[in-house]
Write a protein that binds this ligand. Sequence first.
Ligand SMILES: Nc1nc2c(ncn2[C@@H]2O[C@H](COP(=O)(O)OP(=O)(O)OP(=O)(O)O)[C@@H](O)[C@H]2O)c(=O)[nH]1
Ligand SMILES: [Mg+2]
Length: 448
Amino acid sequence: MSTEDTIAAIATPPGRGGVGIVRVSGPGVPDIARGLCGGLPPARRAVLRRFVDARGQPLDTGLVLFFPGPRSYTGEDVLELHGHGGPVVMDMLLERVLELGARLARPGEFSERAFLHGRLDLAQAEAVADLIESGSRAAARAALRSLEGEFSRAVHALGEALIELRMYVEAAIDFPEEEIDLLAEPELNGRLDALGEAFDRLMEQTRQGSLLQEGLHLVIVGAPNAGKSSLLNRLAGREAAIVTDIPGTTRDLVREAIQLDGVPIQLVDTAGLRESEDPVEREGVRRARAELARADLALLVIDDDRRDAAAERALQASLPPALEVLRCYNKIDLSGRPPGTVPGEPEAVALSARTGAGLQALRDRIRRRIGFSGAAEDTFIARRRHLDALRRAHAHFLAGTEVLRRERAGELLAEELRLAHRALGEITGEFTSEDLLERIFSRFCIGK
Ligand SMILES: Nc1nc2c(ncn2[C@@H]2O[C@H](COP(=O)(O)OP(=O)(O)OP(=O)(O)O)[C@@H](O)[C@H]2O)c(=O)[nH]1
Ligand SMILES: [Mg+2]
């Protein structure tokens, strides 16, 4: 991948602000500084300069910061132009920088260069994007820990332990007359156990982090008038959706972002599921079903005061078969059923969206589904990609210990350990293909 060209982007969010920053990185930085503001300022010192266009006319005045490579964010020469934060000023400044030889940066390209120049490994670079996007304090803290390299260090430590084990096993293979003994040594079993525990621990920290990052997608469904919108409002703590006693009130999807113990949850209220002649309502029902296909968990709201067993069965049968469904018996203030868990029905909760009774039991039930034990101080922000790679590494490790136990086959164990090590390397980017890199960085925002 060539980094011979110079990239530029507006690094601050669009709109008006006190300050707006244009960031430039690459070998063209000295020329651009000369053309724009009379030359490079001293390294890492803020200097007030006038920015001028090709005819020497002023565009803006502001601070200029120069970070010489390789000790910069990208590892290249980096220039930061702090102008006044209005969209027109920023556009003019960026245009001038492009005129002086830079090209527009792709999303994530600054971080991609940081990765290519060894300033950040892949897991750290991803943590940059996660920190910017984090939806909760717990997620932000976890992202920062990953950005500072704690997650990468844990992955490396696991990799080192794998290498040591491989050396031990390969030594055993090289001395065939002793192989059986070495492989039968309690020492080897001790090492395997320790490694297994290290895997479990890292996977747990990562799983929690992945929940913090990606959250839970929770869809509320049910017959018209069951109280879906009332339940959404209760959970969200505000009147987000319209509630009336007219069946078919909700048509559009109503989305609310909430948090449970710091875990982001995307709540979606949907149109009541029924056959309808009304084209607007039919579209609402179609959207509700489409949303269900992507749900992690569905809350099936049932009016407990007006049960209709046949209709309930038909409705439940129409849901995607693999979908996890929690039944919410609503309106117990009318039906008189006690709130909370329902005897004999582990997948049900009795509640009243109107009075709030049973809501705590519902939250507990969702919490249990998430399996989140609270954002521990050692949680790392993580993506499904990391979790996938860890699981593959773990699977190879388990396969290796299995062949050792069953067949005392040192070569096979060594090969599985090699594959495990390789899977771990994908997390930090040691063995990551170019198109995967492209996909990862393209999800960043521009200017980062
Ligand atoms: N008594 C009582 N009434 C409730 C409760 N929950 C909802 N309702 C009432 O039931 C009616 C329908 O409530 P909604 O929340 O609009 O029901 P919905 O399922 O969203 O209805 P659609 O959007 O039409 O599908 C309203 O009059 C609510 O006030 C409850 O727990 N107890
Ligand atoms: Mg509704």
